[in-house]
Each structure stands twice: as C-alpha cells, then as structure tokens.
Design a protein around this ligand. Structure first.
Ligand SMILES: *Cc1c(COP(=O)(O)O)cnc(C)c1O
Length: 527
C-alpha cells in the first residue's frame, strides 16, 4: 500500500495520498494541486499501439496513473464512461486537413474531441470523473488517517467513529462555459454526489448558458456570478481552502470536491486521446512507429495541454506541445519571457472557454519541470497572488524545450475559421480556430512528421461567431444561426444542441462573488 500513496500537493511533499484520496479531495488544503512523483515510472507499451482501441488505451493509461484502482475498477469505469456516450466509434476521431495550414507542408490533422454528450472536449474527462469518484468512497477512513489539518481532522474523526451514513461529495465548479455543462451531464443524479456550478453571468455563449440553465437532476445547482471566470475560479479555490466551512459541512456528512482540471481525476482521462490520436495516425499509415508528432492545443486553464505532457512522460513521441491562446495571451507572454503577469486587461472573446488569466494547471507543469521543487512552486504561487512572478532562466529554457506558443486576436480567429473552411471544407469553432491560426502562422517543430490540432468544441456550440466569420447573415437567435450555418456548409448540428431551444429553463440564480460560499453551503444542506 505504501508505494500506492504517491500523490501530494505541488506545494509540499507531505502527506502522501493515494490517487483515490487525491481525486476525492480535488485540491490540497495548502491550495496546491495534487501531483505524483511516479509520473513516467509506468509507461504505455508503444509496441502494438496501432492495434489498440480507445477502451484498451484508456485502461492502460488510467492504470499507469491511478495505481491504487484495481484493474477491474478501471475497466468498469472505462466501460461506464465511454460505452454508448460518444457519437463516434473512435470516440475522438482524427481527421486529415486536405491542405497543410503552413507553407512547410508538414501534414496536419484535427483531433475531434467533441463527440460527447455536451459537444466539448471536457466530456472525455467528465464522463469519467464521476465513475472514478464513486470508487473513492471506501477511502474515507484512509483520508482521515492522513488528514493533515487540525481543523478538519477533528471533524473527520467524529464522522469516522460513527460508520453509518456515508460521506457525500458536493462537487463545486467554476466554469468558463464548457466545464459546467459537461460536469452537470456527468454528475447529474450520481449517487452520493451533488454538484454546484458557477459561471460568469453574460460571459458565456447563449448556447452554453442554455445548456446549463436547462439541466435536469435532483442534485444539481447552477448559478451565475457577477464577475469573470477568474473571479469565480478564485472564489471557488477560497471555498475549498475555508476550513471552517469544511468543518460545518463535515458535521453534515458532506465533503467538497472539484470537477475542474485542478482535480487530477479530470486530467488523467485526457491523457488517453493523445495516444488514441497517435494510434489512429499509425493505422492510417500517416506516420511510422516512433515518429515525433506536434500537438497544438487551444489552451485556457492548461489542463488539456498538460495531459499531453503526461502522455509524453508516459512514452509518447511528442515533438512539441504548442499552446494556442486567444487575445488573453498571458501564457504566450509567459512562455516567451518567463514572466507571468496576471495584472492585465481581461478580454471577453468569441472563445470564452479560453478567456482565462490565471491558468491553474501551469502550477503542475512548474512542479514537474522544476524537478519537483515545492518550495519554488509555493513561492511563485504566492507571488502570483500579488500579481506576477518570474521563473529562473534555466527553468524557462526547459519549459521552452517542451512547450511552444502562439495566439490569435479576434480578427485572426474569424479569418482562421474562414480560411480553414475555404482551404479544407472543414468547419472549426473559435477555440479550435486559435490553434489553426497558430499552425498557419508557425512552421512545424523540426523533426515533426505530423501536426495534430486538438479541436475542443463543435462549431455548433458557437454558431453566431462561426457563421459571422464565414460572412453569413446571422439572425438574432443562435438557433436560427445554427440553421444558417447548416444550410451554408451542408453540415448538421449535434442533436443535443439543436433541441436545446425547446427545453424549459430550470436555473435562474445569480450571486455576487461574495455570495458564492453561502450558496454552496445552502446547496449542500439540501443534499
Ligand atoms: C476548456 C476549453 C478549452 C481550454 O482547455 P484547458 O484545459 O482549460 O486549457 C479550450 N476550448 C474549449 C472549447 C474548452 O471548453
């Protein structure tokens, strides 16, 4: 059992937790994110990669990263999460672009990650997380034994001594648009769980808002916040760090956890599709075994691209991971200068899920690329709380070897949607378009045999932005825009988006940032 407990905070090495405990807790009490020093010890066997389907790869990757789950548990999670939930046999199909976006002529492919129930890539992880979470329930007593905070330990001991009612989990999530719906779809009516989703009011697309406000389920709460995503995400982190709140909730048998990519259970399932993409390229004869592949990833909270780094550590031949940002280009500035400065204007763009200035998972990247220097990570995060930090030059050089970067302003996003359509007859959403712009703008990494653009959402999630980029007439209703788009491009909207307009709105709550904590406590009381 000892070697199973490899997870700890990015900000301190103790205590060691199993992956089940890390998933159940979501975020460490010191504000850090859970990481495992065993990353890369177990690798994925590349020998017969081309023969492996998504389910097999998922079992292998999850098994390598979550060693305390039994093989049977992992297999059950994979089946429950992915059987019949995605509208593609490959789950995440790779589609060739007929025209290489850049004059270097390295072939480019799109990895479509949006065939799940809510039409965004987050479904891949959020169909899985509730299954993983459900199997952490028997870790209650272990959690108590390793609890490292005096305040919560006391409450935990009290609940552990009376074994009767099982501890319930309240998932609390801040969403920039897509996580919310994907988490709601995953956790609605999940036994032993409730879910509360906060989104920045007026800063998500109409389709995204309706997806959330029409969500059914006896255990769901959806609430607008007067502020932007960073305000909401920071408040959620404060809620997790609030020991007194944790104590009051523990007395009611409730523990808070996270469905954001700060939860390692959200991150791990995303590692799988990097391998799945590579396997498909092998099967299609597009690459040979061992060929290096560049991945370009539309990025916000750095979860999706960090999963690519995990894939690299598990042995995948990754030439480079290219961060594509929108006009909120804080990561571009960081990756080019080494200074991360969040004190800057915030832009609301057509790619709302990337409108982020505090990119949470960067903390995990800093941990790994500094060779596990918790002290440095702690210092940097303290400085970030004040506004900015600068990484040492050697660390920046290491980061730049692994990660490339680029960004697109709003005009470039629209132009990318148009030129991708004109060159390839292929429709992309504004998030994916940031990546397409970066691919077109920069030559491939030397040595890369293929470039894979991760497509993070269906274009029909953002019909107004996509239709107007194509120069089409956009009626006032987003659903009418979907029709215009479908007719003009001879494509069809995913059914779960097209049918949204007939659904009753069930959630209309809006609170100030200061009211979020009380809102969570109320929702927990109703669990
Ligand atoms: C969440 C999201 C992103 C950003 O992903 P991160 O893991 O936060 O970097 C990009 N595109 C879409 C459509 C998303 O929903």
């Amino acid at each position: 059992m000892a070697n199973m407990a490899t997870y700890h905070s990015t900000r301190s090495k103790a205590p060691a937790l199993t992956s089940k405990e890390a998933i159940r807790r979501g975020i460490a009490p010191d504000g850090g994110l859970y990481v495992s020093d065993a990353l890369g010890d177990a690798t994925v066997d590349l020998e017969n990669l081309a023969d492996k389907d998504y389910f097999e790869l998922a079992r292998e990757v999850l098994g390598a990263l979550l060693p305390d789950y039994t093989a049977d548990e992992i297999a059950a999670c994979v089946t429950e999460a992915y059987e019949g939930t995605f509208a593609s046999d490959e789950l995440t199909p790779v589609v060739p672009l007929s025209c290489a976006p850049n004059a270097d002529n390295v072939p480019a492919y799109v990895l479509e990650l949006w065939h799940g129930p809510t039409s965004a890539f987050k479904d891949v992880a959020l169909q899985m997380l509730p299954r993983l979470m459900a199997r952490t329930a028997d870790t209650d007593t272990d959690c108590t034994a390793t609890a490292d905070t005096g305040a919560t330990a006391e409450a935990d001991t009290a609940s552990a001594s009376s074994p009767a009612p099982a501890e319930k989990i309240m998932i609390v999530t801040a969403t920039s648009g897509d996580t919310g719906k994907a988490a709601l779809a995953g956790f609605a009516d999940a036994p032993g769980c409730g879910i509360t989703v906060f989104y920045p009011e007026g800063k998500v697309s109409r389709v995204q808002e309706l997806q959330m406000s029409t969500q059914e389920g006896g255990n769901v709460s959806v609430c607008g916040v007067r502020g932007n995503f960073d305000d909401a995400q920071s408040a959620v982190k404060r809620i997790f760090a609030d020991r007194e709140l944790a104590e009051r909730l523990a007395a009611q048998g409730v523990r808070l956890s996270s469905a954001n990519s700060i939860n390692v259970g959200r991150l791990v399932p995303q590692v799988v599709y990097y391998f799945a993409a590579y396997a498909q390229l092998l099967r299609a004869g597009s690459i040979e075994p061992g060929d290096a592949v560049e991945f370009c990833v539309p990025t916000g909270n750095f979860g999706d691209i960090l999963a690519g780094y995990y894939a690299k550590r598990l042995g995948l031949p990754v030439a480079k991971l290219v961060v594509a940002s929108d006009k909120n280009n804080v990561l571009y500035d960081f990756l080019t200068t080494g200074t991360y400065d969040r004190a800057r204007p915030f832009f609301t763009t057509t790619s709302p899920s990337m409108d982020i200035l505090i990119s949470s998972n960067l903390e995990r990247m800093l941990y790994y690329l500094s060779d596990g220097d918790c002290e440095l990570v702690s210092q940097l995060m303290d400085q970030l709380a004040q506004g900015s930090y600068e990484v040492p030059a050697e660390l920046l050089a290491k980061i730049q070897q692994v990660f490339g970067c680029g960004w697109a302003d709003e005009d470039q996003v629209a132009a990318a949607i148009k030129s991708c359509w004109e060159a390839n007859g292929y429709l992309i959403d504004p998030h994916t378009a940031c990546g397409y712009h970066v691919l077109a703008d920069q030559p491939a990494t030397p040595g890369a045999k293929a470039r894979v653009l991760l497509s993070t959402a269906s274009p029909y999630k953002f019909p107004r932005a996509v239709a107007s980029a194509l120069g089409l007439f956009c009626p006032p209703s987003d659903f009418a825009c979907m029709d215009v788009l479908a007719k003009a491009t001879d494509t069809t909207a995913p059914e779960q988006l097209a049918t949204l307009q007939g659904k009753p709105v069930l959630h209309t709550d809006v609170v100030d940032v200061d009211g979020m904590s009380a809102y969570v406590e109320n929702a927990a009381r109703a669990l």
